[in-house]
Write a protein that binds this ligand. Sequence first.
Ligand code: PEP
Ligand code: MN
Length: 378
Amino acid sequence: MKLNLNIQPLESWINVKNEPLIISGPCSAETEDQLLSTAHLLAATGKVSVLRAGIWKPRTRPGEFEGIGSIGLEWLKRAKAETGLPTAVEVANAKHVEEALAAGVDILWIGARSTANPFTVQEIADALKGVDIPVLVKNPVNPDISLWIGALERINNAGITKLGAIHRGFSSYEKSSFRNEPMWELAIQLKTLCPELPIINDPSHICGNRELIPYISQKALDLDMQGLMIESHIDPSVAWTDAKQQVTPAALEELIAKLSLRDPESKNEDFTDKLAELRKQIDKIDDIMLQKLSERMAIVEKIGQYKRDSKVTILQVNRWDEILKKGTAFAKALKLDLSFTEKFLELVHGESIRKQTEIMNEGKTEEEIVEASAAVKS
Ligand code: PEP
Ligand code: MN
């Protein structure tokens, strides 16, 4: 499946001062002085292409700072006039869109909580009909790529062709070192579905702390993301929102200086030849692995028939335990990552169980059984 979005290349609607594209500014506009002094320092780095600031803040709990509101748009206007930086704000309803447009904001973005709600996205899309402004759509809070795609489609259907996505990570129940799990595979999937769509990474909201931002920023560039949105505050220690993840403009400059820009394709012929040769070797090994997996499944089938005829259960816990122990010990000796090996063995074992279940049920798959029973019920 390919995504049919009608979009213009990012370079035609953002003047990228320096590679990589950096969008930066405070999480929230707090005071005129805080916004202006931050903006001036960011502009002075010469590395920031767009000034961001949250004017209306979606907060998890009531009673927290919910954004300075419309007055902040006046401060942004002044920051733009004094620094020459185009501005970007988050919009979460039609009124925000109208006010931001009236204040001359250059780029709008849709926040993660809004993307998760198609009613909200449609309201924003309707407010944007007939307007020519760039819009960036953050991924939804939950790891659901359809919601992300749906939001991009709604905005695109409203006639917005200066369109991009922001990857800010996904909420997860499991405890992790990140505030939001990157789940890079979802951003990669989106890129595969629509290679023309620019994807900007937001390491600040992925990390939730300053320390990890350089690592995630570099990884995003290595995965060919088209830019970074990084929160910056004149004095993060007193920031009213997201204090732990904001960096000073000086720290931002240092961080950007340390990033390596790598090309997706090398122009060096020797490199291209060597890469092609190594890829050929990998492909050969993949073929062998698949062949061996197929041989393994043929044996599993025989075991299934044998267990069925002998009236023995599919699962013997001791046997699975033994496979896991033996497999992980061998993997260790082979210097394979332990958790990768466990996941791989679990996947193979799961498929064996699925196959044997099919045999126990006279060749019917679980889906067929579930569907048949649903048909009987109705
Ligand atoms: C933000 O960028 O300040 C913000 C609220 O981000 P998100 O929507 O990704 O949580
Ligand atoms: Mn923030």
